[in-house]
Ligand binder design. Structure first.
Ligand code: AMP
Length: 326
C-alpha cells in the first residue's frame, strides 16, 4: 500500500484553505493509502510563538483533523516534536543540501525579505520538512501550491542521498489539485488565504462563528461585471468562490457556473455563504464532541509510537550509510 502524508503548522487557526489544500485530499484517500497526518509544531517556531498559545493550539488541531473526517483508525496521527528522530534526521539531510538550494526557496526569499531578523530556522525548515516526508517513505504529499517547491526539494535531497550513500529513501511526489492549490483571500483575491494574515476579513477559519463566516463571504471582494464566470484573470474573486464551492460540494465548475448564469452576485454569494456555513457548522459540531472526549491522548500515543518506530529505523540506517558512530 502506498503511503500518503501531510502536516499543518499551528501558527493560527486552521483555515478553509488548509482544509481544501491539505486535509480534504487526506480524507478522500484514507481508505486507499497508509495515511500519516501530523501537527508540524516545530515548523511553527521559525517565527516566535507565544508558548502557551502554541500548546493550546496543538491539541485543537488534532481534534479539528478528526472533526474534518480524518479517521483515527485509518491514519497515524501525531505531533511532530514528539518524534525526536525527525529533527535528528534533518541535520543529516542538511549536510546533503547546499546553501544555494535552501536559499533559493521562494518562501525563504519572501519571508526573509519581510523580516530582517529572520531566524536560521526559516532557511532550514524545508529540510526539516524533507525529514518529515522521507523518514516514513511517503509516496504522496498533498499540499497547496506554496509547498510544492519544498516537496520537490525533499525529492531532490532524497535522490542525492540515495546516489551518494545507497538506496535509502522513497522519492516523494506532491499531490496538487490545479483548481484548489491556492484558495485566495476573500478581501484580496490575488493573495493566498493564510492563517497568519492580519486582516481576518479575508480569511475563513474553521473555528469562526457561523454568522461571521456568512458575513465574510457576503463581503468578499468581487468585480463590477455582475456575471458569474470562471476566469481567474478577469474575475479572481468570483473564481475563488466558485473553487470553494467546487471543493466543498464536488459539483463540476461547469454546473456551478451554469446554475448561476442568469443570476447576480448577491444570489451567488448567498449560496456560497450558506454552503460554506453549513459545511463548517457540521465540522464544529463534531469538533465540540471530540475536544471534550478522552480519546485524543490514546490516538496521539499510538501515532507517536508508530512514527518513532519508523523514524528510528530510518535514522539508524542513515547513520550506518553515512559512517557515523562506532
Ligand atoms: P500551513 O498553513 O503552512 O501549515 O499549510 C498547511 C497546508 O495547507 C500546506 O500544504 C499548504 O500548502 C496548504 N495551504 C495553506 N493555505 C492554503 C490555501 N490558501 N489554499 C490551498 N492550500 C493551502
Amino acid at each position: 500500500m502506498k503511503r500518503i502524508l501531510t502536516g499543518l503548522k499551528p501558527t493560527g487557526d486552521i483555515t478553509l484553505g488548509n482544509y481544501i489544500g491539505a486535509i480534504k485530499p487526506m480524507v478522500e484517500r484514507q481508505n486507499d493509502y497508509d495515511s500519516y497526518l501530523f501537527v508540524a509544531d516545530l515548523h511553527a517556531l521559525t517565527i516566535y510563538q507565544d508558548p502557551e498559545e502554541l500548546k493550546s493550539r496543538i491539541k485543537k488541531f488534532i481534534a479539528m483533523y478528526l472533526a474534518c473526517g480524518i479517521d483515527p483508525k485509518k491514519n497515524t496521527i501525531y505531533i511532530q516534536s514528539e518524534n525526536e528522530f525527525i529533527p535528528a534526521m534533518s541535520f543529516l539531510l542538511e549536510c546533503t543540501t547546499t546553501y544555494g538550494e535552501a536559499s533559493r526557496m521562494i518562501q525563504f526569499k519572501e519571508k526573509s525579505k519581510a523580516n530582517a531578523n529572520f531566524s536560521v530556522g526559516l532557511l532550514t525548515y524545508p529540510i526539516l520538512m524533507a525529514a518529515d516526508i522521507l523518514y516514513c517513505d511517503a509516496d504522496l504529499v498533498p499540499v497547496g501550491i506554496d509547498q510544492k517547491q519544498h516537496v520537490e526539494l525533499a525529492r531532490n535531497i532524497a535522490e542525492r542521498f540515495n546516489h551518494k550513500y545507497g538506496n535509502t529513501f522513497v522519492l516523494p511526489e506532491p499531490l496538487i489539485n490545479e483548481k484548489t492549490m491556492k484558495i485566495f483571500d476573500l478581501k484580496n483575491p490575488t493573495k493566498k488565504m493564510s492563517k497568519s494574515e492580519e486582516n481576518p476579513a479575508g480569511v475563513i477559519s474553521l473555528f469562526d462563528d457561523i454568522e461571521v463566516i456568512k458575513n465574510k463571504i457576503m463581503k468578499a471582494t468581487t468585480d463590477s461585471l455582475n456575471h458569474v464566470a470562471y476566469d481567474i484573470e478577469k474575475q479572481p474573486g468570483i473564481t475563488n468562490l466558485i473553487n470553494i464551492v467546487y471543493a466543498l460540494t464536488n459539483q463540476s465548475i461547469e454546473d456551478i457556473v451554469s446554475s448561476f448564469a442568469s443570476k447576480g452576485y448577491g444570489e451567488f454569494k448567498t449560496y456560497v455563504a450558506e454552503t460554506v456555513a453549513s459545511f463548517i457548522q457540521d465540522i464544529q459540531t463534531k469538533y465540540k464532541q471530540i475536544i471534550a472526549s478522552k480519546e485524543l491522548d490514546d490516538i496521539l500515543n499510538k501515532g507517536k509510537e508508530t512514527s518513532i518506530k519508523l523514524a528510528q529505523e530510518k535514522y539508524k540506517l542513515m547513520k550506518e550509510r553515512m559512517g557515523l558512530g562506532r
